[in-house]
Design a binder for this molecule. Structure first.
Ligand code: BGC
Length: 269
């Protein structure tokens, strides 16, 4: 546990927290004093390992199952969270997946699954969290905001991505979902922001880093010349959920080693 925990006593729900970026965010928030819900849809034993890691570091966590694209499961998960931790202060809308295919071969099922989980899942969880923030009211000793929502987006909310049309569409949608919610809810003191990771070394993009050739080719897209680590995102998420960023709402923080700087133009154009 950090010496001066930034999220002391706050209840945080991280969706898709049993792997990759979600796991790192859950662990980072646990280390900063939050009571963490580690949401998962499959592999309960792996979610339990994340809970165990948080507890071993002196934090508090539970694992809760829900498919974020299913309204009844989302609502049941939030109720279970309130039973355990009383309320929610921080939602991290992280759960997401890829179903890649050349455009002409993309099935409706591949399109729909990605939109359902990546975009509709963020809507359903954000709506539940917002209802609870409004019901509960301010708790000034915990936070200057009524509640905080972090949407996990991607550099592909701005970078078009051939072969991944469903995924890029979902991330572009997250941007206006986040901004429109932020505009609507700022007067109520709910802060809503996005993190847009670049290439972070996780299972979702294993093929982009697992061979030296793939990694070399990936690094041509990253001016900072290293692949990102899940902890790079965890640190930013803690800060964005804390009162240190209290005047930030409706923003996207790109955590991408410069991937969105059009590195192809550094020697051309
Ligand atoms: C994708 C990864 C990809 C990265 C950079 C992420 O949103 O999930 O597969 O490596 O963007 O292109």
């Amino acid at each position: 546990m950090n010496q001066n925990p930034k999220l002391k006593g706050q209840a945080a729900l991280v969706t898709g927290a049993n792997s990759g970026i979600g796991e790192a965010v859950a662990i980072a928030m646990g280390n900063d004093g939050a009571n963490v819900v580690v949401n998962y849809v499959s592999k309960p034993e792996v979610a339990q390992q994340v809970v165990d890691k948080i507890k071993a570091a002196g934090g508090n966590a539970i694992a809760l199952h829900a498919d974020v694209s299913k309204e009844d499961q989302v609502q049941a998960m939030f109720q279970a969270m309130y039973k355990e931790f009383g309320t929610i202060d921080i939602l991290v809308n992280n759960a997401g997946l890829q179903q890649d295919a050349p455009f002409e071969n993309m099935t409706l099922a591949q399109w729909q699954l990605v939109i359902d989980v990546n975009l509709t899942g963020q809507f359903l969880c954000a709506r539940e969290a917002t209802r609870e923030f409004l019901r509960r009211g301010m708790v000034p000793e915990r936070s200057a905001a009524l509640g905080k929502i972090i949407c996990m987006s991607s550099v592909h909310q701005v970078i078009p991505w051939a072969g991944h049309v469903n995924y890029a569409t979902s991330k572009g949608g997250i941007n206006l979902l986040m901004q429109s919610m932020a505009q609507e809810l700022a007067p109520k003191k709910i802060r809503i922001n996005s993190i847009a990771p670049g290439a972070i070394q996780t299972p979702i993009n294993r093929s982009a880093w697992e061979t030296p050739e793939a990694l070399k080719s990936l690094l041509t897209l990253i001016p900072y010349n290293r692949i990102g680590q899940p902890e790079d995102i965890g640190k930013v998420a803690v800060w964005l959920a804390s009162d240190e960023s209290d005047y930030i709402t409706g923003a996207t923080i790109f955590v991408d080693g410069g991937m969105t700087l059009y590195p192809g133009f550094s020697t051309n154009g």
